[in-house]
Design a protein around this ligand. Sequence first.
Ligand code: SF4
Length: 267
Amino acid sequence: MIFSHTQISQYLRCPRSYRYRYLDGWQEKETRAAMAFGRCFEKALAAYFSGEDCSATLFKEWGAFRDVRFEYKKGESWDRLIHQGVHLFQRFAQDDRVRIRRPEQDLQVKMVRSLPDNNEFVAYIDAVGELDGTTCLIDWKTTTSRYSEEPAGLLSLDPQLICYSWISGIQDVALVIFVRKSVPEIQYLKATITDEQRREYGRIVEATVGQIQSGQFPSHSGIRFPQNGCVSCSHLGLCLDRPDLIAANLIRKPGANALDWLDELVD
Ligand code: SF4
């Protein structure tokens, strides 16, 4: 089987949810505009580093979704997102802090690691490049709110970055966060992942894969702060046996298991 960070983190959040998604094929419907826009923005970033017109790419990619009936947050619209995206690119170019010297090789870098029992772990790293002259692996995010920067070193606890450091062996990691707000802002956050964190992530992966393969899928339910995972879980309708919620939030794709690593591309 092929595993990914998305799968491991979903199992750790709630094994029952993992079973619904990866064994039974219940996937969340793509209804949120922000997610689709984030993917378009990343394609435009690839165009930027390839010396192409990133705004034109963004218009083309996002234009494909112009008439899709997405859920937009309050105050958002198709037009507003595209304007925010263009402003963010202007800001990114002015900052000029990131270099990707070989964009055809160093963007969406596929990394594979063997696991016991003929299993594999696959990750797609957004970029391997330089931030302020330091070589690091880079993850892009688009969001409407700033990421916490305090206390110092917080980013080194990000499980996705620890995973990417584990699979690549690169210790320096960075998040470049495109904050979509009235005055666009880009956060450049850096961290260093230690050998011990990488070893620990490897142990977590092996233990989790072992539990999955032995068929353990107990529910980790929670509806009260801070463990209120069920409240935002797309599989809530299955746990409550509510056909209306299932129809509103989920689509069933049996047999999708072999392509689960593709989740990494939309993270
Ligand atoms: S609703 Fe709660 S218990 Fe059910 S799958 Fe989601 S997180 Fe797990």
